[in-house]
Design a protein around this ligand. Structure first.
Ligand code: HAM
Length: 421
């Protein structure tokens, strides 16, 4: 019978890969802790209506990328394609949003039916940050600075660039939209098929087109910054000023529009050259209208989400994963001959007891070629247990100092001392 395989674009994360994931997640959690953000855990499945109303009916995500199905009760449900909508839904449902300042984060799998390629998957993972109740540019700067600190912490600050833009108020964007449609309509013959289709439904997305001919038309297109309302201009200049003072470099990209409809004012993306085509590792912006749009009271909001797979790829490509994390163990302990298994297990337990940080793997199974077997584990320390005159003898081996015969007490002391030293 044919073997069953995983679904295309949905990856297993194997034991050789999980150390990088855990390292990334632990570092993100540490940094989020430094900014006093609280974790929220959200369902993976939501009502389809939630995503249609928030992300927008005519976005790529809602039009063609959602995993939508009817449950047994004939209700239309969707595997979440992103986390912002669910976070707003939960915040509103539990009274966390109105008249409060909230700083939240979440992590987990998201689902989009995209064409899989390196850095783009159908099940992928995001770690996201959402803040509510703060309208001024200081919080836009804070969320950007969280991501900047994370890149610094991971050693990849020099490999990412921050792109920044302002989309202005809804009114300003509507005015710009009609100017853009007027202009593009005069050059229909030069636009690619996708852009022509988007002209009616979502013309701002044409700015994202990678098609050369469309790009040449866009070179002379009206730019959004000329249409910005005064309040958005002021907000953007305050943001830039805070980032300047904090020493965070950015590029203003007037073409940056984002693929989800809920944004206004600030939008940003962190991009890298080190991954090929899927170079956006983190993206977000302000979405002051979304809470109201989903039935709540007007609540300013800003946040971002990073793509965990892309960041893990970057850590691997740039060789930034600490060597020590690549092996799952520090010490391998085995008996030198038969009949000592109970002693080995007892000694392994004592080691775990006195050195809780020590990762001890105790050998199970046959002892043939035990020296080689122990070495093949890659453990930096190996202990082989034997008995002389009824006393346990631990032969301790490490890279620097090969073979030392120690009593049980000496072994516990040596290992403890090295861990602390
Ligand atoms: P997004 O730009 O759609 O924004 O996704 C954020 C990040 O998720 C992307 O920059 C990318 O790193 C990663 N990502 C997206 N799709 C895929 C995929 N198919 N495979 C691998 N990685 C992917 C949002 O989702 C917004 N909810 C962000 C946000 C939060 N805005 C405000 N708050």
């Amino acid at each position: 019978m044919a073997k069953i395989k995983a679904i295309r674009g949905m990856n297993d994360i194997l034991p050789t890969q999980t150390p990088a994931w855990r390292y990334l997640e632990a570092t993100v959690e540490k940094v989020l802790g430094q900014y006093a953000y609280s974790e929220i855990r959200l369902p993976i499945v939501e009502k389809t209506e939630l995503f249609k109303r928030s992300i927008g009916e005519v976005t790529d995500i809602v039009e063609k990328e959602m995993y939508t199905f009817n449950d047994r009760n004939d209700e239309s449900l969707t595997l979440r394609p992103e986390g912002t909508a669910g976070c707003v839904r939960a915040g509103e449902e539990h009274g966390l949003l109105f008249n409060q300042a909230q700083r939240l984060w979440y992590k987990g799998p998201m689902f989009r039916y995209e064409k899989p390629q390196k850095g783009r998957y159908r099940q992928f993972h995001q770690i996201g940050v959402e803040t509510f109740g703060m309208a001024s540019a200081d919080i836009d700067a804070e969320v950007i600075m969280i991501s900047a600190r994370l890149w610094k912490e991971l050693g990849m600050l020099d490999d990412v660039t921050l792109q920044l833009n302002s989309l202005g108020s809804n009114e300003a964007r509507a005015e710009y939209r009609s100017a853009l449609v007027d202009y593009l309509s005069k050059h229909l013959d030069k636009l690619d098929d996708d852009s022509r289709r988007r002209l009616d439904s979502n013309p701002l997305r044409v700015l994202d087109s990678k098609d050369e001919s469309t790009q040449s038309v866009l070179a002379d297109a009206p730019v959004l910054s000329d249409y910005l309302d005064d309040e958005s201009k002021q907000h953007f200049s305050e943001l830039c000023q805070i980032l300047d003072q904090a020493g965070i470099a950015y590029e203003v990209n007037p073409r940056l529009v984002r693929g989800l409809d809920y944004y206004c004012k600030t939008v940003f993306e962190w991009v890298t050259d080190s991954l090929g085509a899927q170079g956006t590792v983190c993206a977000g912006g302000r979405y002051d209208g979304l809470v109201k749009q989903l039935g709540g009271r007007p609540t300013p909001a800003v946040g971002f989400a990073m793509g965990v797979e892309r960041l893990v790829l970057m850590l691997e490509t740039l060789e930034l994963i600490p060597e020590q994390l690549k092996t799952p163990l520090d010490l391998y302990i085995a008996a030198e001959r038969k009949g000592l298994q109970a002693d080995v297990i007892a000694l392994a337990e004592k080691l775990r007891q006195i050195s809780p940080g020590l990762r001890v793997m105790s050998h199970c199974g046959g002892l043939k070629n035990i020296n080689n077997k122990a070495r093949q584990t890659g453990a930096p320390w190996i202990v082989l247990v034997s008995k002389r005159d009824d006393e346990l003898v631990a032969t301790f081996w490490d890279q620097e100092e090969p073979y030392k015969d120690l009593s049980e007490a000496q072994l516990l002391e040596t290992v403890g001392g090295r861990l602390n030293g």
